[in-house]
Design a protein around this ligand. Sequence first.
Ligand SMILES: C[S@@+](CC[C@H](N)C(=O)[O-])C[C@H]1O[C@@H](n2cnc3c(N)ncnc32)[C@H](O)[C@@H]1O
Length: 314
Amino acid sequence: MGSDFSGNERHTPVMAEEVTEFLTINPDGVYIDGTIGGGGHAEVILDRLTDKALYIGIDKDATAIDYCKERFKDSTAKVELFQGNFSMMYEIAERMSVKGVDGVLLDLGVSSTQIDLPERGFSFSSDGPLDMRMDQDSGINAADLIKSLTERELADLIYEYGEERHSRKIASAIVNFQKESQLRTTSDLSSIVKRVIMGNMKTKSLARVFQALRIAVNDELSSLEEGLSAAIKLLKKGGRIVVLSYHSLEDRIVKNRLRDLSKSHIEDPESPTGYRDQVKELKLLTKKVIKPTGSEIERNPRSRSARLRAAEKL
Ligand SMILES: C[S@@+](CC[C@H](N)C(=O)[O-])C[C@H]1O[C@@H](n2cnc3c(N)ncnc32)[C@H](O)[C@@H]1O
């Protein structure tokens, strides 16, 4: 697998204090951490749990699961770890005969550990294979995904998932590059983007192109939609969901879903009034999105784009 979480540079958990505050930890409760990663948030939450509690950790990345198995082998609460997609958390809980949970945490995206390992291909700042799969044992990597797309499809992907307005120019340059040679590495892709984007927008465009590919390779937005449904279905009355997102596409999905389920009527174009009544499922705990403080951003610059939203099951 060639990568692990045991390096010196651990992922620093983002807004850990706010996360635990919104989860209002029940010391004997059942919690699902859908994105356990290096276990940064898990450690903070596990510190507050007793031996009656259960902590279910999920991650697509097998190396994260192996690392957390070791890290939490002596924890007081029972810890169960699963390699897989958090969109499957309902099935995972069912398999364990867990009928309801006190809290679900989703800390979306990739960890610093994954970004900092060049061989994972997530970063445009270092050279590595153009992979970007969170689960290295399945799915198509970024290089093969690009190869499978037409220029038009590639441009649409970069525009839709990267919100990059030079998407057509970049897609055309990538397709031209592939006529002459093979697109294999993060450096191949970075140099193409750098050649076609002028001036000081290079880094922003690079970030957007890499984000777009990562979202597509890992099918991140559908997983989020499905994961939110599963999490809300699993929460007990009074149970809480806390989601940390890192770009506007995922934040919009979280915001709309939590807001829609906390209303007693929603828009329905088929109804004569344009609205239909519904039973409120959630109470919104974050009317305004929560952002990291200036001092957290200073300590951990990677937290700067984080947005926290939370809700309680009614
Ligand atoms: C930001 S990191 C989580 C860091 C963790 N909270 C900590 O404090 O160490 C996100 C993790 O979620 C995983 N991940 C992202 N999307 C996932 C999904 N749909 N299902 C399961 N794991 C996912 C990634 O592999 C990564 O390890």
